[in-house]
Design a binder for this molecule. Structure first.
Ligand SMILES: NC(=O)c1ccc[n+]([C@@H]2O[C@H](COP(=O)([O-])OP(=O)(O)OC[C@H]3O[C@@H](n4cnc5c(N)ncnc54)[C@H](O)[C@@H]3O)[C@@H](O)[C@H]2O)c1
Length: 251
């Protein structure tokens, strides 16, 4: 159980990819902090994990589709509330294909699920906040691949770099209206925390730690953070070599 405490009572939060590993923790932590959460995922069965959870409503749909993005905002309107926080967490995460073998259809599907979806919801969120004359917070899930390359995940990494660039653009264009867009780049989130020799902290990251970072970034405690990428990785991003024995020593 996390010791981190934030107060989201009265706030309305959208979490995408809500049926997935990190999405489930995001929904639980925002709802546990008092928010009313709209949990969205293409996996209708997977969303059943939220059945009966207080303060949580669900919507199933493919977020690469514009009509599904519209449906999210129609649901928010029908529920009588606005939007305070958008968490762009949905992504196709499983693909492992050497760049030389990627077909255009696969490239387009990953870009649509991972990046077009973030555009479709984020543009609606910022229009809503701008027209309502108020601020709001977007937190998007990037990856270490947003700034460095995984093997065999070129298109995934491209979408994460795109999400970071979009967050900077939103920060620069809309920060004056009190609209903030930040990213989390977590490494090695695998469910149960286990030892990891390539991570300076010596262990993987828990889904709840990612959720806590999202609660922080969306909160007034992060009011002056905008266009930022939070590397939540136990120091992995700071490390030059994963095999320190390969450091070159002078004779
Ligand atoms: N797990 C990690 O180590 C890790 C590391 C870095 C970044 N991330 C990022 O964190 C986020 C969550 O990762 P996860 O490990 O929980 O992944 P996951 O695969 O468990 O969950 C992703 C969820 O997104 C949903 N989704 C995919 N395409 C969708 C679409 N078009 N419309 C609606 N929903 C869609 C899936 O159904 C799934 O429930 C992703 O953005 C991922 O890239 C994860």
């Amino acid at each position: 159980m996390s010791a981190v405490r934030f107060d989201y009572r009265g706030e309305r939060v959208v979490v995408t990819g809500a049926a997935g590993l990190i999405g489930r923790a995001l929904v639980a932590r925002f709802a546990g902090a008092g928010a009313r959460v709209l949990a969205v995922d293409v996996d209708a069965d997977g969303l059943k994990v939220h059945d009966g959870a207080p303060g949580v409503d669900v919507l199933a749909g493919d977020l690469a589709r514009e009509d599904v993005a519209d449906a999210v905002f129609e649901r928010l309107r029908a529920a009588g509330g606005g939007l305070d926080v958008l968490v762009n967490n949905a992504a196709m995460t499983e693909l492992r294909t050497p760049f030389a073998d990627i077909e255009a259809g696969v490239w387009d599907a990953v870009v649509a699920a991972n990046l077009r979806s973030v555009y479709l919801l984020s543009v609606r969120a910022v229009r809503y906040w701008r027209d309502a004359g108020r601020g709001g917070a977007i937190v998007s899930m990037s990856s270490p691949g947003g700034s460095r390359a995984h093997e065999d995940q070129s298109v995934y990494d491209v979408t994460k770099a795109g999400i970071e660039a979009l967050s900077r653009a939103i920060a620069v264009e809309l920060g004056g209206l009190g609209i903030r867009a930040n990213c989390i780049a977590p490494a090695s989130v695998v469910g149960a925390v286990r030892p990891a020799t390539d991570i300076p902290s010596g262990r993987t990251t828990s889904p709840e730690e990612v959720a806590d970072a999202a609660l922080f970034l969306a909160s007034p405690a992060a009011a002056q953070l905008n266009g930022h990428v939070l590397h939540l990785d136990g120091g992995l991003h700071a490390r030059l070599r994963t095999d320190p024995s390969q450091e070159q020593l002078r004779d």
